[in-house]
Design a protein around this ligand. Structure first.
Ligand SMILES: C[S@@+](CC[C@H](N)C(=O)[O-])C[C@H]1O[C@@H](n2cnc3c(N)ncnc32)[C@H](O)[C@@H]1O
Length: 318
């Protein structure tokens, strides 16, 4: 045994024999409960836009739906503020929706698998970390028997260790972002996952296309919908909107505007965000169309990075 740790007494902390004062007692007070927030890094995530979006939301509590969930920044914020009487969360991404359900229903199993990933990955040098990342990436659920927990752990591991937290899939639905080379990527983040799990209790999470929204909204008596589709590209070279198995086309944007008109006829309030361009403004002509400032890094050309306007469309005023 090395000399420095040969004596147990040397390891024992020295007790402070002074009487306890208030300052001492504060240390043992209740642990802080983390505010729920997205547990995935997500391109187009609305975390930074929450201060601009909050005043645009209806007041009070409501039955809520979010059909383009992504990292769920708006959902988690509304949940933290106790604004939701009911919530329906949908996204077309199979891995994303599966991960949300596992965080909601099987968090201890997920944490165990993430802890195992983290222990192996952090013990490796850079070259072996890359090999480990690509081995996990290549172990695709379509080719291997994989239960929901393993699939969710795979997704979270890849999301935390890939380049820029970019969850990007090719046309066959295979995640294809490269390795990210972060010194300490924070693979487990147990506090964040516990907070997200609490926020997701009782929430209806579904893999669904936005075109299914009007029926779901009717069945669940939804009162307010926030829609954050992939941005319509501002130029032919500038877009990232290939989250799940392909681009979100102009035709899809037009179908989404039809869905919003249907929500309006159903008497449901909606707030939608998108890129500020003539095409989007034209699609929502007749509704209240405004702008907020958004920081972009991936959607625009390299020479036009920085803050730009984002369109917000509403069918109500508050
Ligand atoms: C801009 S992101 C949403 C970001 C989210 N608001 C946040 O704060 O993280 C758009 C989402 O739409 C999803 N999506 C793409 N096409 C879809 C479709 N046809 N139906 C439903 N969701 C779709 C993508 O998987 C992606 O998660």
């Amino acid at each position: 045994m090395p000399a420095a740790v040969s004596s147990r007494a040397a390891l024992r902390p020295q007790l402070d024999k002074r009487p306890l004062r208030a300052a001492h007692l504060r240390v043992v007070s209740e642990p802080q409960v983390a505010r729920p927030a997205p547990f995935l890094k997500w391109v187009g995530g609305k975390g930074k836009l929450l201060p601009a979006l909050r005043p645009l939301m209806p007041k009070g509590k409501f039955r809520y739906a979010e059909p383009f969930l992504g990292g769920g920044a708006v959902f988690f914020d509304l949940r933290a503020e106790d604004r939701l009487e009911h919530a329906l969360l949908c996204d077309v991404g199979r891995d994303l929706v599966g991960a949300c359900k596992v965080v909601r229903d099987a968090l201890p199993d997920l944490l165990a698998q993430l802890t195992a990933h983290e222990a192996q990955y952090l013990a490796m040098d850079e070259e072996n970390r890359a090999l480990y990342f690509y081995a996990v990436r290549n172990r695709h659920p379509a080719d291997f028997v994989m239960d929901d927990v393993e699939r969710a752990a795979r997704m979270l591991f890849l999301n935390r260790t890939c380049f820029n937290g970019l969850w990007r899939e090719n046309r066959s639905g295979r995640f294809n972002a490269p390795h990210g080379r972060y010194a300490n990527p924070g693979i487990v983040q147990a506090d964040k996952l516990h907070a997200a799990s609490r926020a997701l209790q009782g929430v209806d999470v579904r893999q669904a296309d936005f075109r299914a929204l009007p029926e779901l909204v009717q069945d669940q008596r939804i009162e307010f919908v926030y829609l954050d589709p992939p941005y319509h590209p501002l130029s032919t070279t500038s877009s990232f909107n290939a989250y799940s198995g392909g681009q979100f086309s102009g035709k899809a944007q037009a179908e989404l505007a039809d869905v919003c008109r249907r929500l309006d006829r159903q008497g449901v309030r909606f707030l939608l965000s998108n890129s500020d361009c003539g095409f989007v403004r034209e699609l929502y002509r007749g509704f209240d169309v405004g702008t907020i400032r958004a920081a972009r890094s991936i959607n625009c050309k390299a020479d036009s990075r920085g803050d730009i306007d984002e369109v917000v469309v509403r069918n109500y005023a508050n």
